[in-house]
Design a protein around this ligand. Sequence first.
Ligand SMILES: [Mn+2]
Length: 449
Amino acid sequence: MVEEHDPEDDKFDFDNLLTEQVRRELTHDNLKPLSGTEFDPEQFLKSVPPNKNVSFLDREIDAKKLYQYMVSYMKVYYDISTEMDAFSKIRQTMDDQLWDTLCYIIPLLCRQVIHEALRHEPIIVTSHPDLLIFGDIHGNFNDIYYINRHYISNSKYDHYRFVFLGDYVDRGPKSVEVVVFLFTCKLMDPHRFILLRGNHEVQKVNKKYGFQALVEYIFKDNYVKSLDITKLIYQSFNCAFNFLPLAAIVKQDGHKSIWCCHGGVPSSYLKATNKDKPWTIDELNALSSHLKPNSLVPSAHASKKVLALNEILWNDPLPRRVRSKPKLQNKLFYRNMRRGGHCHWFTEPAVIAFCEVNNLRLIIRGHQYKYSKEHGYGIDCDGRLLTVFSSSNYCGIENNVTGYVVVNGEMIVTPSVLRKNTESEQYRKFNFFEIKVNPKTKQITDVLL
Ligand SMILES: [Mn+2]
């Protein structure tokens, strides 16, 4: 069969965003701060350009410098003990400065992280332990600050790799900062960080659930000559999201493996043959051999390949309340209309079958707040399914406990509390979206909640 090729996919190629005209216009002398702060994007760049007419987009970021800048921002932003007002003038000024500076850095960062790291990764990556695994973040930069302070920058975890299970954006006010920070980490140390794709790292989703509105709010109407910088920033993020891997397999000699992804087990209904047999990891890998899922968009026109890969990001376990209903027909998967109908609920037998055929003993996934809000994680399917969620004060209104998972060298899996609700309570107001009084705020809050 001939490989389906959707010409729409070409639009997702990052380099196609950057026409020659765009390149020519984005020179250093043409950059201007959005809100008139002192700003110096040069401070994160590797070298001085040989001449002033070199396009800013052809420059290179020094990831360590950008990392240090983001960390020092977080320290001041969240640790001003005498000034706990989340909406204080100090913080507004800090935001203006940060956004002015990041504005021109973001397209560069996205391009560089694709070229130096993401495009070299297969769609299902393999990793050895030791690992720390974190669930959904959803724009909560304070949680990232906490994770950085206690784990990423803690020498005790120097030999650990970090897996994030996706859903970095939407529903939280600092989605831009979260992605910039994680991409910076990825660029700084590509082997130490595994950033998986969540269903919100899909343009069709994040244009509806807050991220696009947030980018437009932060970067306002910003043009350099005829180039719409705000649009470039939003598209740059989504281009990079298209290159995120969909799952990770944790392997260690002498042990069964662990499957990590955002949603869960893809349904076998999508297989051309052997519909009762679960997907093998080799088959899933083969699906993507010609298809880096440049547009993992579920739709009536999407190919079966796209849909099967898409389900890794979207599927949920069958809700507990319906499991004992006599009406159920002993199927492995049930179509999930709650999430738009292009994905499935998977049953415990589906989990067992997927694990058996792939020599897995456990699936670790995010995606669902409701199974983890009391302990930060939830165990299901007789210990074969672990859901973890790492965004505290979810949507700025919840008071949930968050979790993370440790997988050590002997493949011992330990889910733990990341932050108790009392620990994160003082930062609760930082996860509200109404940061500034702005005519657009209400509209943005509406899409967020
Ligand atoms: Mn999700």
